[in-house]
Structures are given as structure tokens and as C-alpha cells.
Design a protein around this ligand. Structure first.
Ligand code: ZN
Length: 135
């Protein structure tokens, strides 16, 4: 790499540590259609995986949610796209490093608002562990 190349935002060590990313789009009964349309548009625009549209809180998420799963190679595309298109919806973005507690608590990127997560399901993780990713 020459000195004129743009530096990567992730070091090689970080790229090894981060297996991928989740963006969880939050919504409620009033914003369900908007959230579904946003997630479907993201899945049409990027080669990411759109999860189920959960009309109830699941896992650590306090609100209804839909998960978008994508690799490091899409971060620079998906995150700005969500910033421009989220339409007022709250989006919770986190890396998957193998320590779900830290990923959700310490490594989170929030768009719109910070919502209180239920981290009790991650109590098997410590600040120092890198255990297999919580499902
Ligand atoms: Zn997630």
C-alpha cells in the first residue's frame, strides 16, 4: 500500500475479529409498514440477509424489530444508506466479534435513539471472553 492510498477504517486484526454486522430496525404497530419497506429496500439494494419482521420484542430488543445481516465489505454502503433512508426509525447496529455482551453493550451504533436492551441473555459472556456468538 502506498502512502497515497486511503487507510482502511478497520485494521487487519479488527477485520479478523469482526465476523459481520447486524442492523436491527426497530418499529411498532404504527411504523410496521415503513420498517418492512425499509428492510426490503435494503435487501434489494445490497447483498445482505433480511431476517423476519418480528411483531414482538425478541432477544435483547425492547421493541419490534427486523434484522439486516451483512459483512464488513458492506459497512461503508449500508450504514450511510440507512442514515439517509431510515425515515425516523430507530436503528441499532452492532458488530459480531464473538462476545455478544460487548457487541450489544459496548460496540453499538445507534441511529435515532438509544433504547434499553435486555442484556440478561448475555450474562454467560464476560468483558474478556470471546465465546461463540449468541444466536
Ligand atoms: Zn444482532
Amino acid at each position: 500500500m502506498s502512502s497515497t492510498d486511503s487507510p482502511s477504517l478497520l485494521t487487519p486484526a479488527d477485520e479478523l475479529r469482526i465476523a459481520g454486522w447486524h442492523a436491527h430496525v426497530y418499529f411498532d404497530a404504527h411504523t410496521l409498514a415503513r420498517a418492512r419497506a425499509l428492510c426490503e429496500a435494503a435487501a434489494a439494494r445490497f447483498p445482505l440477509v433480511m431476517g423476519r419482521v418480528h411483531e414482538r420484542p425478541v432477544g435483547p430488543h425492547p421493541d419490534w424489530s427486523c434484522q439486516l445481516s451483512f459483512g464488513n465489505d458492506l459497512v461503508a454502503g449500508v450504514i450511510p444508506w440507512l442514515a439517509l433512508h431510515r425515515g425516523g426509525l430507530t436503528v441499532f447496529i452492532h458488530p459480531n466479534t464473538g462476545n455478544a455482551l460487548r457487541d450489544h453493550r459496548d460496540h453499538a451504533i445507534w441511529m435515532g435513539a438509544i433504547r434499553p436492551l435486555d442484556l440478561s441473555g448475555f450474562k454467560g459472556f464476560s468483558d474478556h471472553d470471546n465465546l461463540p456468538q449468541h444466536p
